[in-house]
Design a protein around this ligand. Structure first.
Ligand code: AP5
Length: 220
């Protein structure tokens, strides 16, 4: 199964994606993480991406499309893949369809997570991310047990540089202008599109996503 998790910044794509991947062994293709890793590795791509990410702008399509293709090509044909943060505009959606066609695959389902802007801004204000393994916490609803350190790998937690309120509001505008139109794009194609209320609790959202995808619930 090839699934896209679509939704604005802070709605919980990463949180829900990790739970699905852990429960069902799906591969995750997370362009934000791929770009942050490129930055941490100080590659040319990482250096180019940095100024766009810090400003809350989309990184140029050709950079992101190539990262995704590199991640997809070696995957076994029978594995399920969850896309988080990709595609983000019409050009990326077309590029994804082309890469998948080349591999003899296609997107099956799209899950659109929704929440009000106020919820998104508050969630992002409380987000703390692990600098090493990328685990995500929230000081208000899901704090790390050890405070400033990651519960999984004991590395320091940080507030992402693009999580300042002004940048978040710009990222929301970019989402509405460039990414939200993809919902209609997929609705008009042969892909199943499911809307899920992302403002509920993490477990409730997970149950709704699994129900939408028809993958049932798993003991948690
Ligand atoms: P990216 O990292 O993809 O950021 P995003 O899409 O803006 O999404 P976020 O990571 O902010 O939020 P999320 O929906 O994953 O929420 P999370 O689960 O963390 O992209 C960053 C930048 O990279 C972009 O701005 C762009 O520059 C670049 N980029 C990336 N992909 C690109 C592409 N394809 N093309 C071009 N550029 C690209 O949750 C948020 C917080 O809320 C956490 O603290 C979490 O604990 C909490 N939370 C989650 N769910 C719940 C819940 N149900 N209840 C309460 N709290 C919750």
């Amino acid at each position: 199964m090839y699934v896209i998790l679509l939704g604005p910044p802070g709605v919980g794509k990463g949180t829900q994606g990790v739970l699905l991947a852990e429960a069902f062994g799906w591969e995750r293709v997370v362009t934000g993480d791929l770009l942050r890793q490129a930055r941490a590795d100080e590659t040319e791509i990482g250096r180019e991406a940095q100024r766009y990410m810090d400003a809350g702008e989309l990184v140029p399509d050709q950079v992101v499309v190539e990262l995704v293709a590199e991640k997809l090509r070696p995957l076994p044909a029978d594995c399920s893949v969850l896309f988080d943060g990709y595609p983000r505009n019409a050009a990326q959606a077309s590029a994804l369809a082309e890469i998948l066609e080349e591999l003899g695959r296609a997107i099956d389902q799209v899950v659109v997570l929704t929440a009000d802007d106020q919820v998104l801004v508050e969630r992002i204000a409380g987000r703390r991310s692990c600098v090493s393994c990328g685990a995500v916490f929230n000081v208000f609803v899901n704090p790390s047990e050890s405070g400033e350190l990651c519960d999984r790998c004991n590395s320091p937690l940080h507030h992402r540089p693009d999580d300042q309120e002004d940048t978040v509001r710009h990222r929301l505008d970019v989402y509405r202008e460039q990414t939200q139109p993809l919902i209609a794009f997929y609705e008009q194609s042969s892909v199943d599109v499911h809307a899920v209320d992302g403002s509920l609790g993490v477990d409730q959202v997970q149950d709704a996503v699994r129900s939408a995808l028809g993958v049932g619930s798993a003991a948690r």
